[in-house]
Design a protein around this ligand. Structure first.
Ligand SMILES: NC(=O)c1ccc[n+]([C@@H]2O[C@H](COP(=O)([O-])OP(=O)(O)OC[C@H]3O[C@@H](n4cnc5c(N)ncnc54)[C@H](OP(=O)(O)O)[C@@H]3O)[C@@H](O)[C@H]2O)c1
Length: 314
């Protein structure tokens, strides 16, 4: 049973080396340079595969998406009707939790203000509320959102979460669906989005939503943190909200267009932290092992884990 690796922009030689080391008996093709036998491909391991390529593989059995968010894949108009498996991996989850915790603490402990003062050699202290007085709201209570929410409760924050379907999670106030959104926002000082990109979440982080966030919090205004997908946010609305005080800060790892344009005002905005889509990634060796273990289980008649539901879009 043979494999095709397609991940534009990645160091494919290194990935091919890892795969061959873990599964030396399998034929491995690498697109586009070492790809000559589409009919021989049983499994694809891919990130951002060019649209149309998958439909040229007549014997494809499973698509392994080497990331967590499958919006690019599902947008392929010729996507073959085979199972899609996405990454759920402790190293990726924990890295996202690190990034979210860092950003929440940065805004809570006024890091941008102190960095600015340091540059100006200014010795001045500000008010520091306790974490227990800060309300964090996590949009998306999936693999990533749940882990981040739990860590934030351990740090002492009052944590709530919002998801599509109702949940019960110890220590976290859970809200769900369109009906639960207004109440969730109204109790939130720091909003963290870990939503996938779907037709329902595209553009959801807009001025109207920011206007629904709590105005009575101890930080003096609400903060947005987005580690999910850039097309869930309306960047013009983030800038407008920052400029008129509807938001007092933002941390963004993802953008409407990536890389973020050099002339985007977000780069130099004094209240914005920009990171270049680096919040969370998997350890490559763990990822190869995850995929090849799933292939072995599948070939032995077992079930694939972490399958994407095409109708819900994640
Ligand atoms: N920045 C980075 O480096 C990076 C890295 C990895 C992933 N990501 C992004 O993070 C996203 C989340 O990953 P994950 O593994 O946590 O995904 P997941 O396990 O599929 O969880 C998605 C969560 O979002 C909720 N959701 C989806 N649509 C919704 C809607 N319309 N309204 C309310 N809630 C909705 C789901 O609700 P239910 O629980 O009710 O289904 C679920 O709780 C990925 O899709 C990807 O875009 C970013």
């Amino acid at each position: 049973m043979s494999l095709l690796l397609s991940a534009p922009g990645w160091d494919l030689a290194a990935w091919a080396g890892r795969i061959s080391k873990r599964a030396p008996g399998r034929r491995l093709q690498v697109a586009p340079d070492r790809f000559s036998g589409p009919e021989a491909v049983d499994y694809v391991l891919t990130w951002n595969v060019p649209h149309g390529l998958l439909s040229t593989l007549p014997n494809l059995k499973v698509i392994f998406w080497l990331g967590a968010g499958v919006d690019h894949l599902l947008a392929d108009p010729n996507l073959p009707d085979v199972p899609i498996v996405r990454v759920v991996d402790p190293s990726l989850t924990r890295r996202m939790t690190e990034w979210v915790s860092l950003q929440v603490l940065m805004h809570h402990r006024a890091a941008l203000t102190y960095l600015d003062q340091q540059r100006r050699v200014e010795w001045r202290s500000h008010n520091h509320p306790m974490a227990r007085d800060v309300r964090v709201g996590v949009m998306g209570l999936g693999e990533l959102g749940r882990d981040a929410a739990r860590m934030l409760t351990m740090l002492g924050y009052q944590v709530a979460g919002w998801s599509r379907t109702a949940k019960t999670i110890d220590g976290i106030d859970c809200f769900a669906g369109a009906d639960g959104l207004a109440a969730f926002l109204a109790r939130t000082d720091i909003l963290v989005s870990l939503l996938p990109l779907t037709p329902q979440t595209r553009g959801i982080l807009d001025y109207g939503l920011f206007s629904g966030l709590a105005r009575d919090g101890v930080l003096g205004g609400p903060v947005l943190i987005n580690g999910g997908r850039g097309k869930s946010q309306v960047e013009a609305d983030i800038l407008r909200a920052l400029d008129d005080g509807v938001l007092i800060g933002a941390s963004l790892d993802v953008f409407e267009t990536e890389p973020l344009a050099a002339d985007s005002p977000l780069w130099a905005h004094p209240r914005v932290i920009v990171t270049p889509h680096v919040a969370a990634e998997s350890d490559p060796t763990d990822l190869v092992d995850y995929v090849l273990t799933q292939i072995e289980t599948f070939e032995a008649g077992g079930a694939l884990k972490n399958r994407v539901d095409r109708t819900r879009g994640y």
